[in-house]
Every structure is written in C-alpha cells, then in structure tokens.
Write a new protein. Structure first.
Length: 111
C-alpha cells in the first residue's frame, strides 16, 4: 500500500497546479494495471477536476483506489474523497478506496 501512496504523491507533486495542497490518485485494476491522475487546476469543472474521479474513469469493477493530499511541505494530510467522487467510485464498481489522513495514518472506504 505504501508504494501506491508514494506513487500518488509523485503524481500530485508533478502536477502544474500549485495551490497550498495537491491531490494525486492511483488506481489498481484487477488485471494489475496501474492508472494515475492528479487534480486539474480550479478552472476545470468539478468533479471532473478531482484526481480520484479522473482515475476512476480508467478502472474496471473490483479496482482499488489510493488518494493522497500533499501539502507544500511535502507531507500527507486528509484526502478523504468528496461525496461526488465516492458516488463515481461506487457507480464504477470500485472495491476499496484508501486515503491519507496524516503521514502515518490512512483511512479506507469499502464499497
């Protein structure tokens, strides 16, 4: 799990959006394929701009999603997906969503 959080962090910090925090998401499909995405700049319509909603579009039923929020100091903070993103995940058949709470804590949502 840690490697997926680190990959999501790398994806988030590589994004051009330089707000006080950045979000990154990693999706792992049942066939083992890995999909990544970051948040789009705020001009994009929501929820299409959210990293987790963007990554879910490329997943299949039974996939697992990892979401991180990275501060400007490169630390993890609360990244629980919003209600709209949770609905998208549920609709697409995502099995689990792990998200960062702090550097050493994470949450999980089972669908």
């Amino acid at each position: 799990m840690k490697k997926y959080f680190q990959l999501a962090k790398k994806t988030a910090t590589a994004a051009r959006d330089r707000r006080k925090y950045r979000l990154g998401a990693v999706g792992v499909r049942r066939d083992g394929a890995i999909v990544t995405s970051s948040n789009l700049p705020t001009q994009a319509p929501e929820p299409e701009a959210h990293a987790e909603a963007r990554v879910v579009k490329k997943l299949d039923k039974g996939s697992v999603v990892y979401v991180v929020r990275v501060t400007k100091k490169d630390t993890f903070t609360m990244a629980r997906p919003c209600k709209n993103c949770l609905n998208v995940m549920r609709f697409r058949g995502v099995k689990k969503c792990y998200y960062t709470i702090t550097e050493s804590e994470y949450g999980v949502i089972l669908f």
